[in-house]
Structures are given as C-alpha cells and as structure tokens.
Design a protein around this ligand. Structure first.
Ligand code: FAD
Length: 342
C-alpha cells in the first residue's frame, strides 16, 4: 500500500479513542488516516495494560486492554483505514479545510499529510511513569525487579510483590495479582485508598482473607538487594520508623507523567497537558481542529474510554460540514447505513 498524502480527516493518536473516531468517520463516509508514534495501535491499553481487565466498557462485562483494542480493530477492519504507525506528528499548520501535518518517521524521514480537518486523540501525549526517588533504582528497573506496568501477569506467579500507591492502578493490580502472588503487600502513605467503591470493598475482603497485607501509612524508602536482584523493600512511616518487606518485585503506581509533546506548540489553547474543547463539538480554539479522549478537557470531563468513544462520535458529526459543506448531514442509526463486509 502507498503512503497516503491527502485525506479528509487526520486522526492523531491511535489509542482506543482514535480507533473509534476512525469508525465514526468511516460510517459518515469521511476518509481518514490514523497516525501514531508507537509501532502498534491501542495507546495506553496496549502499551501499559494489555492484560488488565476493564470493567466499565458498556456491554462488555470484562475485557482486557489488548482484547478491547482487537475488538476496535475488528470494528474498523471493513473500512481499510490507512495508518501511519511509527510516525510522530511534529507540526500542524494551515486552516479549517486545508491543514498540513508534518511528521517524523523513524530517525529522520520527514513526511507530510494534507487534511481538511484534524482530530487530536493524543491521550497522555508522551507518557511515562512517575518514578520513586530511590537510590540504585536504575539497576532494579533494568533487571525487571521494579516495573511500572504489568505487561504479562504470568511473570508474577508465586512472587513476593510490593505494590505502592493509593489510586486505581495500585488497587486494580493488587486485586488482579492477589491470588497468584506468594505474598502481596500494598504500601500507601495514607490510611485511605482512592478507588471505585466496589474495588475498595474487594480490597477489604482480600485483606480479611489474608491475601493482601496493607502497609499504611508508609512510603517507599529504599531497595535491598544486589546486582539488580531485589530482596527487600524498605518502607518508612511518618515518625521515621522503618521496616523491610521481603520481596522479589516492586510495582510503584504513582501515576503517569504527562507531557503534550509537540501538540503544545500548534497554537491552540492548552491547559495543564490537556486541550480545552467546546463539549458540544469537541472543537479546540483552532477552527477545524478537534480534540477527543484523555487529551480533551471541559467541565465535568471523565478521563474514561467510554467518554472518549462518545467524543469521537460528537467530533465526527461536528466536522462533517468542513468536508462536505454542500451536504446537510441527516442523522441515521448505524443499522440503516450498514457496514461493508470485512
Ligand atoms: P491514549 O490511549 O493515551 O492514546 C493516545 C495515543 O496518541 C498514543 O498511542 C500516543 O502514542 C499517540 N500520540 C500522542 N501524541 C502523538 C503525536 N504527536 N504523534 C503521533 N502519535 C501521538 N479507562 C477506563 O475507561 N477504564 C479502565 O478500567 C481503565 N484502566 C486504566 C488502567 C491503567 C493502568 C491506565 C494507565 C489507564 C486506565 N484507563 C482506564 C484510562 C484509559 O486507558 C484512557 O482513558 C485511554 O487510553 C485514553 O484513550 P486515548 O485514545 O484518548 O489516549
């Protein structure tokens, strides 16, 4: 297949939201191109938690990150949407109806794409974990004794695990690994955890069954071991008392450090690593440029995949007149339009 140089809608970011935006555009017979700097589609779901179950996708009681992406891919397969993977969008110029995206492919190659409208689904941008400030951390990261994402659960079978953090990720992973771990400690600097009420209930149940030991209020203080092989995690309380938890692995979940990267330089309003949009259209302060998913912000925004799906539909409908100024878009259900055979 040849590299596309021109399209109706350029979708920057092929996470769950960008993939669903491709479906929405295709259903409205808008041509689109999906662009991502990563070698695979799926954004955070693929890169950070392919095996973690997600419970809050409508009509999917439980679906793992990688499976959700496979389902989204199956949904857009009939439309053969062109994609530019390993392409980082560095620049955006032009105006509503005639934009030019400048991209870097690999080390140096410069590629450009013309588009009538742009959907930014850049998520957390150039995301990376917040790392705990511990001496000698690098050697344990290199050996895999300290990990920030669980890519393969099987690695943790019968291991002594310390999970650190007080939010959803720490809770979800403690619950997901509790039955296979030899020991599981959950370290948090406060007494209380922040999480969905049902997760908090399951945590207390696992604690009472002896499957999870809560170490609160403590924070990480040091790593014990040699040559990258972890033997213990030292924790400290507010009064300076320390204790050492025997452990093979440490999983710190202190959130993602987000950085909009090149997106911040394209001239639209931004606010704390997000792009404010008008909720009824998802349009940014630059006419013809829309933002959806984790990167988009407005009052009441929920950073959830289901919200991003809805925003994808809103943006696709809102930008239709840019591509087809002469045609009024009549609202239809998907059934009446039909989907081509894959
Ligand atoms: P992302 O998934 O972040 O994808 C954005 C993509 O854009 C990335 O692939 C990135 O490489 C690309 N990109 C960025 N800038 C550029 C550029 N300049 N050029 C090219 N490509 C670019 N949500 C739920 O609803 N339920 C859950 O249970 C849940 N659990 C979670 C658990 C964890 C551990 C984490 C980290 C998140 C969880 N989330 C959950 C949040 C969910 O993953 C995000 O809301 C979702 O991934 C956002 O999708 P997105 O498509 O907006 O962005």
């Amino acid at each position: 297949t040849t590299t596309p140089t021109e399209t109706d809608v350029a979708i920057i970011g092929a996470g769950p939201t960008g993939l669903f935006a491709a479906f929405q555009c295709a259903m409205l017979r808008l041509r689109c191109v999906l662009i991502d700097v990563l070698p695979e589609t799926g954004g955070q779901c693929t890169a950070l938690y392919p095996e973690k179950p997600i419970y809050d996708i409508p009509a999917c009681p439980a679906v793992e990150g990688a499976q959700l992406i496979a389902n989204l891919e199956a949904q857009i397969a009939p439309f053969h949407v062109p994609r530019l993977l390993k392409h980082r969008v560095d620049s955006l110029s032009g105006q509503r109806g005639a934009f030019t995206l400048g991209m870097t492919h690999g080390a140096a190659a410069q590629v450009s794409l013309q588009a009538k409208a742009v959907i930014i689904a850049a998520g957390a941008g150039a995301f990376g974990p917040n790392r705990p400030p511990l001496d000698g951390l690098g050697a344990y990261e290199d050996s895999g004794a300290v990990q920030y994402y669980v890519r393969r659960k099987a690695e943790f079978e019968n291991r002594r695990i310390v999970i650190a953090g007080g939010g959803d990720s720490a809770l979800d992973w403690a619950l997901a690994l509790k039955d296979m771990a030899a020991r599981l400690y959950l370290v948090h600097r406060r007494d209380r955890f922040r999480g969905a009420p049902e997760s908090l209930r399951q945590l207390e149940e696992a604690v009472s069954q002896g499957l999870i030991e809560k170490i609160v209020p403590y924070q990480l203080h040091g790593l014990h071991g040699t040559g990258g092989a972890l033997e213990g995690v030292e924790v400290i309380d507010m009064d300076g008392n320390t204790r050492v938890l025997e452990a093979d692995v440490l999983l710190p979940f202190f959130g993602l450090a987000t950085d909009l990267g090149p997106v911040a330089r394209w001239g639209m309003d931004t606010a704390r690593a997000t792009i404010p949009v008008t909720p009824s259209t998802c349009e940014t302060s630059l006419p013809g440029v829309f933002a959806i998913g984790d990167v988009a912000s407005y009052p009441g925004k929920l950073k959830l995949i289901l919200q991003g799906f809805s925003e994808a539909a809103v943006a696709a409908h809102a930008l239709y007149p840019i591509v087809h100024p002469e045609q009024a878009l009549h609202f239809e259900y998907s059934t009446s339009k039909g989907v081509p055979a894959a």
